[in-house]
Design a protein around this ligand. Structure first.
Ligand code: SAM
Length: 251
């Protein structure tokens, strides 16, 4: 492991707004802030917004600056990436930001029902061959429902036509109310302050000339979820793109 990465891990251990809970730690110690993020950490009653797979945390930090009246938590399993956002939010004195290093699959260990009002999913791997790993699959939707408030909202921003088409189909199949949707964010209408925030991965895909897609939908608590039965053409650039050029520089 590089020296730089080790230094970042060491800093992360010290940061007061970073919580690191891999499964082993969770099993051992549990998480005593579940249901009490606002009471014990943020010290207010503001809505909590989660960014899942936040990478360097551009949305977590960017939204926190735009909306001081909300609380933001960036979640990812990769600590060295997350360090960038953790450092920036500390340097900028943002008191409405936290980072949680863990697996998305463990969300219900950290948040009680209704504790989260919005979820952002930014440029996830579309997992074209594994529906259960796809972050907008019904498997994950069931999980999100367990922590979202009744009027909870999910935002997906993606370069992937496959991911976007799949998510729109999942939303339709399950009658989820769509609040906004575009398959070409930057060429349809000017992106606003929120949608104009660009993540590390987004910048890479934009540089390749790909269109960015976005959908915002409600996620009410439901008993029954149905996977859409739909054939979707796979993104042709993934096989040579994501794993090589992005991962080398993305760390
Ligand atoms: C393609 S990157 C996108 C990062 C960032 N959102 C961006 O747009 O630059 C996907 C991120 O999701 C994280 N991730 C993927 N699956 C995860 C999981 N099951 N639990 C936690 N993080 C996960 C990865 O570590 C990675 O940082």
């Amino acid at each position: 492991m590089g020296k730089n990465k080790l230094a970042k891990f060491a800093y992360m251990e010290e940061y007061p707004h970073v919580f690191q809970y891999p499964y082993a730690v969770l099993q051992d110690k549990g998480f005593d802030m579940k249901g009490k993020w606002n009471e014990l950490f943020f010290g207010n009653n503001n809505p909590i917004v989660l960014e899942l797979g936040c990478g360097k945390g551009e949305y977590t930090v960017g939204l926190a600056k735009l909306f001081p009246e909300k609380n933001f938590i960036g979640l990812d399993i990769k600590g060295a990436r997350m360090w960038t956002g953790a450092r920036q939010s500390l340097d900028e004195g943002l008191s409405n930001v936290a980072f949680l290093r863990t697996h998305i699959e463990l969300l219900t260990y950290f948040f009680r029902q209704g504790e989260v009002s919005e979820i952002w999913i930014t440029f996830p791997d579309p997992q074209m061959n594994k529906v259960n790993k796809r972050m907008t699959s019904t498997r994950f939707m069931k999980l999100y429902c367990q922590i979202l408030s009744d009027d909870g909202i999910i935002h997906l921003k993606t370069d992937s036509n496959f991911m976007f088409t799949y998510t729109c189909a999942m939303v339709k199949e399950n009658d989820l109310p769509v609040l906004f949707e575009t398959d070409d964010l930057y060429h349809s209408e000017p992106a606003d302050d929120i949608l104009g925030i660009q993540t590390f991965y987004e910048q890479q895909w934009l540089a390749r000339g790909l269109n960015i897609k976005y959908i915002k939908f409600e996620c009410p608590d439901k008993d029954n979820w149905t996977e859409p039965e739909i054939e979707i053409e796979k993104d042709d650039y993934r096989s040579f793109g994501r794993s090589n050029s992005l991962n080398q520089s993305g760390k």
